[in-house]
Design a protein around this ligand. Structure first.
Ligand code: BES
Ligand code: ZN
Ligand code: ZN
Length: 477
């Protein structure tokens, strides 16, 4: 997608189509230039109200698309992005190649590029008869935007869609080895340090938790650690991603319906590794460490059995009562190793629990942590990036959920209530109290079950933009 900007009045811009966002019941406020374009083809009051994501392609020219921006007072950066995406998805259906977008009321026109780029992604990556028309050739922003901002928005789009592509890949294609190779490519491009440990090496180093889950699968597993060093005196942000390339549940096997969806259980790792591309692009004054335990969770003959005990890298022992609660087990070693590499502010991203879907649904990511100031910083970063989060608590009493008769902790609580908190309180056992940590349970938000006006169904890439915004906060402070 080529991006250009122009200050030409909207009715004089040459493009296949011109998209004009309109607030609800605000069509009277349309500028004269826009009215010229419409040529009184429609009686707006009857045919178009400006409701959020409503679209109207004016009939005579098929060139002007009005897109509803909803209520003026509700319009924020998330909706700004989605409104642009809605216009793009509508026009791609009409095989439009060049699109001019009226940035008139966009405080930050970068969001048009983000919305457009995210709207273009299509999950049909193995369809042999590819619909080539599903891409814009050129997006013309009718308004002002600096070249640096354009470049950054394009990088955000590319990274997020790269992450979404990985998540869309089926597990027979996207193995742990392949994700490790992708991480190496990124490390080479930006000259980051990278370590890739095989299952055997990880076990030798003491990562018995990660290796325990890995032992049920024939597919070789890898533990990836990447590091960008800005300087000794800067803080170190750690990002830990759950990288289960397929979660069958292991011996505690899942029901077969919907099991195919568990190819997306590596979403956290894809986001964490993809984030390093943005780090490479920005070269911030913040050190960044990423760790990602990459493995399938399968019930092979060597698999962990319910009741088995593993010893984590931290030295703490875990009774694996349910092999389907594998995410927290592999993350235990991911969190410990990130701290060994110096991370003091840690975010983990994991499709961790079905319970977060019950609690919060599909529009909001669950967040828990040990340091309110840091959690707030992550929530703010999410809000600023259009990725909403809602906090769940961890109280001292929740530690009861970890009780085991045989080991330091069990990986599931005796009751199924409070499943999101149970995940959080388990992970917290692997955080040094002096460090700040936030856990993002993205099981509900990483995958869209049904198409939205602004986005295809399938992987969302949630987390990428929150991390970028958080990184910038650290960079500035
Ligand atoms: N990967 C799943 C969680 C999940 C569910 C992700 C739905 C995406 C959509 C996770 O490993 C899991 O199976 N969790 C169990 C935990 C339980 C056994 C305590 C769950 O949520 O049922
Ligand atoms: Zn599981
Ligand atoms: Zn899982």
């Amino acid at each position: 997608m080529k991006i250009s900007t122009t200050q030409t009045p909207i009715d004089k811009v040459s493009a296949d189509a011109i998209a004009i966002p309109v607030f609800e019941n605000d069509s009277k406020a349309l500028p004269q230039t826009v009215k010229n374009l419409m040529n009184s083809q429609v009686n707006l009051d009857n045919e178009f109200s400006g409701k959020l994501y409503e679209t109207l392609l004016l009939p005579l020219t098929s060139k002007v698309l009005l897109v509803g921006a909803g209520k003026k007072e509700d319009f924020d950066s998330r909706l700004a992005r989605n409104v642009a995406g809605t216009a793009v998805r509508r026009l791609l259906k009409s095989k439009i190649k060049t699109l001019a977008f009226d940035a008139n009321f966009y405080e930050n026109p970068s969001l048009i590029i983000e919305g457009a780029g995210l709207a273009e992604f299509d999950g049909g990556i193995y369809k042999t008869a590819k619909d080539k028309d599903l891409k814009l050739e050129e997006l013309i922003i009718v308004g002002k935007l600096a070249i640096g901002d354009i470049k950054e928005a394009l990088e955000v789009v590319e990274t997020t869609n790269w992450v979404r592509h990985l998540i869309a890949e089926p597990a027979n294609r996207l193995t742990p080895a392949l994700i490790a190779t992708e991480a190496k490519k990124i490390a080479n491009t930006y000259k980051f340090d990278i370590e890739v440990f095989s299952e055997k090496e990880a076990l030798k180093m003491g990562m018995g938790a990660f290796a325990g889950i890995a032992q049920g699968s024939h597919q070789p597993s890898y533990f990836v650690a990447m590091k960008y060093t800005a300087g000794k005196n800067y803080p170190t942000l750690g990002v830990v991603g759950k990288g289960i390339t397929f979660d069958s549940g292991g011996i505690s096997i899942k029901p077969s319906d919907k099991m195919h969806e568990m190819k997306m259980d590596m979403s956290g790792a894809a986001v964490a590794i993809g984030f390093m591309r943005l780090v490479g692009h920005l070269m911030p004054k913040v050190n960044v460490v990423v760790t990602a335990p990459l493995t399938e969770n399968l019930p092979g003959g060597g698999a962990l059995k319910p009741g088995d005990v593993v010893k984590s890298l931290s030295g703490k022992t875990i009774e694996v009562l349910n092999t389907d609660a594998e995410g927290r087990v592999v993350l235990a070693d991911g969190l410990t190793y990130a701290q060994k590499l110096g991370a003091t502010k840690i975010v983990d991203l994991a499709t961790l629990t079905g319970a977060v879907l019950v609690a919060l649904g599909t529009e909001v990511t669950g967040i828990l942590g040990n340091d309110q100031e840091f959690v707030d910083q992550v929530i703010d970063s999410g809000n600023e990036s259009g990725e909403r989060m809602w906090q769940l608590p961890i109280y001292p009493e929740h530690k009861e959920m970890l009780r085991s008769d045989i080991a330091d902790m069990a990986n599931i609580p005796p009751s199924r209530y409070g499943g999101v908190i149970a995940g959080g309180v388990f992970l917290q056992e692997f955080i040094n109290e002096k460090n700040s940590w936030a856990h993002l349970d993205i099981a509900g938000t990483a995958w869209l079950e049904g198409e939205k006006p602004y986005m295809a169904k399938g992987p969302t890439g949630v987390g990428v933009r929150t991390l970028l915004t958080l990184l910038k906060k650290f960079d500035a402070s």
